[in-house]
Each structure stands twice: as C-alpha cells, then as structure tokens.
Design a protein around this ligand. Structure first.
Ligand code: SIN
Ligand code: MN
Length: 277
C-alpha cells in the first residue's frame, strides 16, 4: 500500500496521517488474542503500572525473546504498515527501532506526558529525525479511554530539549511545562486520534503527542511500531539502552504477505469479553 501524493503532502504538512479501519475485525481479533497472552508474561520487556496492571509490552515483533509473537511479527511486515512508513521516512531501507503495546488498563491506566519521540531518540545517538511511528488501535479509541492526542504541524518546530520525567511507571524524556504551554497557545488545537478498532496513524518523530488517563471500563490496547532509516542507526556502546527499546537489528525490514496475520497460526479472540476485574 502507498500513500497518494495528497496523503503524503498532508503527512508532511501535519506531521501525521490517519488510516481509518485499515485492519479488519478478524485481524484485530488475532492481535487481541496475542495481546491477552502477552499480558500474562513476566519479563523485563513487560512494564507495569504502579498499581499492578500492565502498562507496556515491548519487543513483540522479533522471532525470539519472551514477548515474541508470530502475529505481530507478520503485522509489522505487511504492505499496509511498511508501504506508508517507507514513504514517511523517505527511504525503502527502514528497520524497527522498537515495538510496544500500550495496554492502558481500565481505570488505572495513566498519562503519557507531552513529548516528542525524537527527544529520546536523539539522545540514543540517532543523528537525524528520519524516524516515525505507525500505531494500530486494537480497540475502539475514544477520548474517555485515553486516546492519543497530537498537535498538528508541531513537528516543524524541530526538537525541543526535554527533561527526564519520573512521575509515571515508565520514566522517559518529556517536554517541560513552560515549553508546552507556549506550544499549545500558539498551535492549532490538539487532535484526538479516535476511531473504531483497526484505525491506524503514522506520525513524525518530532510531532508533539500525549494521552490522558483511561477513565473507561475497558483497557485501551494500542500498538506502537517505531521505525528508523537504516542509514540513521546509532552507534552502539556499553551505555546504549537495551535492545528492546533501541533495537540492535538494523537490517532493512522486508515487505511480506498482506494476509500473514490471519495465517500466523494464532486463534482469534472469540468474543470481546470484558477484561477481568
Ligand atoms: C507513546 O507516545 O509512546 C505512547 C502514547 C500512548 O500510549 O498513548
Ligand atoms: Mn511517543
């Protein structure tokens, strides 16, 4: 799949592009069954909220490791993901920087503070902002369940020097309050990425984004597939962050079959049962 010229122009102008209902209910059923299975694993790639629920499951796209998944490995290689991502990054040679499922559990799932992904990734040693993220909503995404918000056009501001935020269970580099107030007062209103399960969004690594608390009764399951241009891979040192957040596998990712999720050998979720209390 390729973005049209006008879609690509929109991506370049706004820093993001939404693809409504890109994955079918059957495909989402497979991915949800996998997310439920992976949520029960205890490993360093599974990060928990302070209150106990799962916050993030990293490294679901490789063939090895505790959180490997044939279905997610198939998903990241589909033309629907890789076609637009290659166009967004402006090169055919892209690799996965990391994958994570942000499960944002019902009631306890907390905020992701305003940030630019390149705030962290530049610190990892990636010289240029030739990076982006393709996100897949695995349930209906609403403002009440903690939708992702983006500030249209904010990628054009370039990288804003971040501070290290330690207030959530996943510490990371966020944009300071003073800078963020200035951005919000001088930008178009933030846009929530809402839509039915299967909706996707691709966004630039300097786009300002955030999400709030999940106030709803159901978990909010989003997959974030972050990409880098192969030519922009960092040099690895003893101080580099672990492989599950800064992948050492920098080989170009090949496009594979578009129907591979359904053929990954995973039984789909049968009914959308409410998650256990
Ligand atoms: C992220 O920006 O990496 C995560 C945002 C979210 O899960 O809402
Ligand atoms: Mn982010």
């Amino acid at each position: 799949m390729r973005m049209t010229e006008s879609q690509l122009a929109q991506y370049r102008r706004d820093g993001y592009l939404i693809f409504p209902s890109l994955f079918s209910a059957a495909e989402i059923g497979v991915l949800r069954a996998e997310t439920a299975r992976l949520s029960a694993i205890e490993a360093e790639t599974v990060i928990r909220e302070r209150t106990g629920g799962v916050r993030s499951i990293f490294r679901v796209h490789e063939a090895d490791g505790a959180t490997r998944s044939a279905a997610f490995r198939a998903l990241v290689r589909t033309p629907r993901v890789l076609g637009p991502t290659r166009q967004a990054l402006g090169t055919e040679d892209v690799y996965i920087y990391h994958t994570k499922i942000n499960t944002k559990p019902a009631i306890e799932g907390t905020v992701w503070m305003w940030h630019q992904d390149y705030g962290s990734w530049q610190r990892d040693g990636c010289a240029r902002p030739d990076m982006g993220t393709f996100a897949v909503m695995m349930n209906d995404s609403t403002e009440m369940n903690g939708a992702l918000y983006v500030v249209p056009g904010s990628h054009k501001r370039g990288r804003i020097e971040p501070y290290y935020d330690e207030n959530t269970s996943y510490k990371f580099w966020a944009v300071a309050k003073r800078d963020m107030i200035e951005v919000l007062r001088s930008s178009p209103p933030p846009v929530p990425i809402v839509g039915p399960a299967g909706t996707c969004v691709v966004f630039h690594c300097n786009l300002l984004h955030a999400s709030g608390h999940n106030l709803s009764a159901e978990d909010r399951w989003h997959l974030y597939i972050s990409f880098n241009a192969c030519a922009n891979a960092p040099k690895f040192t003893a101080q580099s962050r672990p492989d599950w957040v800064v992948s050492r596998n920098t080989a170009p990712l090949p496009i594979e079959a578009d129907d591979a999720i359904l053929n990954s050998g995973t039984e789909p979720e049968l009914i959308r049962a409410p998650s256990p209390i």
